[in-house]
Design a protein around this ligand. Structure first.
Ligand SMILES: Cc1cc2nc3c(=O)[nH]c(=O)nc-3n(C[C@H](O)[C@H](O)[C@H](O)COP(=O)(O)O)c2cc1C
Length: 354
């Protein structure tokens, strides 16, 4: 026993030099309160109510992948396999999840992609599981009077509802991208009148400004998902993908760098929430804080800043692990959960100025 302590003391002396931190490296978002917590926080219950379900931790897996026409290359994990791993983790840790765009299921050969999205059996009935489409598909369905097809898709998947991504800039940079003919707000207003299930609205990594946030909070959405700037940027991704084939997109490259971080969006939501609530016009009450969320510290910070019913969401963060193996994904999520318990014991996000 003494020897171990002795070794530790030697280690300490050896490592002192490497352990110097600059003030600029400090995470200044939190007050650290060592007097107020304890390590028994392992047992702390992270369970919360969200979207009418009981989650075991306030973590959401954001829409990604599925329905690819291209067979996966040798040694590459298929989109379907990634979705299966994500769904399995959702069940094991008691989280919520939405799949990537289910557009393919609405097309003639949709049945071929069915397995990529058919996850309810794995997730079970007790947790939220959402389908996903772009606002362009909603616009088209309304124009063709085919909203019922979307209703049937959601029912067949036994999904809790539909996540709608609103991504005009990504579409612009995508060579085969959709061109919206109607403002997304009008499309959503019409869609909500015809669609009987819950709807969540999100961007795809660029966030949204004050006007859009305010208008969305007036709609009866199940939740608003931020998908803010600062993580995966789909406009840039499409630009990279297009290479020189889509020369005119490069002329508008500056558009890749506009947007709103999830932290900024939290402040925007707070402002509109208070104002609309006072006027009796608030219709959306739940939020997914996603986009550039790297870990439990970001999640803890954002959730506390918002202060309303919310969870935090990962997209690329979980994808990188899910691609490696289920064990890797499991380890990542376990780390987030334990980290969040520690954060709740010792870290108090500093007051915002708004
Ligand atoms: C590989 C991949 C595929 C995605 N596909 C979709 C999609 O089909 N529909 C959607 O709404 N968002 C999609 N997203 C966007 C994510 O849901 C999320 O909004 C965005 O990646 C920002 O989160 P992050 O910074 O945690 O990656 C995708 C993201 C990734 C990384």
């Amino acid at each position: 026993m003494k020897k171990i302590v002795g070794d530790r003391k030697m280690d300490h002396l050896k490592l002192v030099e490497l352990s110097q931190l600059m003030m600029s490296e400090r995470d200044g978002r939190f007050d650290y309160e060592p007097m107020l917590g304890h390590h028994g926080g392992e047992a702390e219950d992270l369970a919360c109510d969200f979207l009418g379900y009981r989650l075991q931790a306030p973590i959401w897996i954001s829409s990604m992948t599925g329905g690819s026409r291209r067979p996966s290359r040798k040694g590459e994990v298929s989109a379907g396999e990634i979705n299966l791993r994500l769904a399995r983790a959702v069940k094991e840790f008691g989280l919520g999840m939405s799949v990537g765009s289910c557009r393919r299921l609405l097309e003639e050969d949709g049945n071929k992609a069915w397995g990529d999205f058919d996850l309810r059996e794995i997730i079970g009935e007790e947790l939220p599981f959402y389908a996903n489409l772009g606002v362009a598909q909603l616009e088209e369905a309304i124009r063709r009077q085919e909203v019922q097809k979307i209703v049937e898709m959601v029912e067949r998947l036994r999904a809790s509802g539909l996540v709608v991504h609103v991504n005009p800039l990504q579409e612009w940079f995508q060579p085969e991208g959709d061109r919206l003919e109607v403002r997304p707000l009008e499309t959503l207003q019409k869609f909500l009148q015809q669609f009987p299930y819950k709807v969540i609205v999100k961007e795809v990594g660029q966030g949204m400004g004050p006007r859009s946030v305010k208008e969305l909070l007036k709609l009866p959405l199940a939740a608003l998902e931020c998908s803010g700037f600062g993580g995966t940027n789909f406009s840039r991704l499409e630009l990279l993908r297009a290479g020189s084939n889509h020369a005119h997109a490069h002329e508008h490259e500056g558009l890749v760098k506009v947007g709103h971080s999830t932290e900024e969006m939290v402040a925007l939501i707070r402002n509109s929430y208070k104002e609309l609530s006072a006027r009796g016009e608030l219709a959306t009450h739940e939020f997914i804080l996603s986009g550039g969320v790297r870990d439990f510290l970001d999640g803890h910070f954002l959730m506390n800043r918002l202060g309303y019913r919310c969870v935090f969401g990962f997209a690329s963060g979980v994808l990188l692990h899910a691609r490696k193996s289920y064990g890797d994904l499991q380890k990542f999520l376990q780390q987030q959960i334990v980290g969040l318990k520690l954060a709740r014991q010792f870290l108090y996000p500093r007051e915002s100025k708004d």
